[in-house]
Design a protein around this ligand. Structure first.
Ligand code: AP5
Ligand code: MG
Length: 215
């Protein structure tokens, strides 16, 4: 199963991707997590990406296309994959299609999580992250132990780009540069839109019902 989890910042892509990894045993490919790991490790890629990410701007397409091309060739993607946060522009989507054509692994479905702006802002401002990529919320989805990740036991923290200014910019950038992909995938007949405002478990049940026909 080759899936794109699509939606604005805070829509729940990361949250649902983690649940899908556990359920289907296919890897999550989060470009945000890959970039943040590079920033933490101080790699050349991380240094180049940081200034864009802190402001909520997109990192240049060529950088992302290179990352995805390498990642999709790894062995664990043979059974399928969940793309989270990629593609975000039409050139990224075109490049993805070319890469997947080459390895004969077309996208089966694009799950579009729809959530209104005011809900997104509330979610992002309360979000807590772990370096393993797990995502929590201070009110709706707190870790079981204060400040400790349920999954890896690491300390949770707030993302640098979850400040009010950066969040507003991320929503603007989403509308200008990423939202056009909704029509792009609608025209290909592989887009399914879901109500992302429901409870996390309910959204997951809805996703599983949609994916059942591919399993
Ligand atoms: P990225 O890390 O991808 O961030 P994003 O798209 O802004 O999305 P988020 O991670 O903020 O939201 P999410 O949908 O994963 O929500 P989550 O599940 O955490 O990208 C960061 C940056 O990296 C970009 O700004 C850019 O600079 C760069 N970048 C990455 N990919 C790129 C690309 N392809 N091209 C160029 N640049 C790129 O949930 C959010 C909160 O809500 C959590 O607290 C969660 O617990 C809670 N929540 C989730 N679902 C629900 C629910 N159903 N009900 C209640 N609360 C919920
Ligand atoms: Mg995310």
């Amino acid at each position: 199963m080759n899936i794109i989890l699509f939606g604005p910042p805070g829509a729940g892509k990361g949250t649902q991707a983690k649940k899908l990894v556990d359920f289907y045993g296919i890897p999550q490919i989060s470009t945000g997590d890959i970039l943040r790991a590079n920033v933490r490790e101080g790699t050349e890629l991380g240094l180049a990406a940081k200034s864009y990410m802190d402001k909520g701007e997109l990192v240049p397409d060529q950088v992302l296309i290179g990352i995805i091309k390498n990642r999709l060739k790894e062995d664990d993607c043979k059974k399928g994959f969940i793309l989270d946060g990629y593609p975000r522009t039409v050139p990224q989507a075109d490049a993805l299609e070319a890469i997947l054509d080459e390895i004969d692994k077309p996208i089966d479905i694009v799950l579009n999580l729809e959530v209104p702006d005011e809900v997104l802002v509330g979610r992002i401002s309360g979000r807590l992250m772990c370096k393993c990529g797990a995502s929590y919320h201070t009110i709706s989805n707190p870790p079981k132990k204060d400040n400790i990740c349920d999954i890896c036991g690491g300390e949770v923290f707030q993302r640098v780009d979850d400040t009010a200014d950066a969040v507003q910019n991320r929503l603007d950038v989403y509308k200008k540069q990423t939202q056009p992909l909704i029509n792009y995938y609608k025209e290909k007949g592989i887009l399914v839109t879901l109500d992302g405002t429901k409870d996390i478990e309910v959204v997951f049940e809805d996703i599983k019902a949609i994916l059942a026909k591919f399993a």
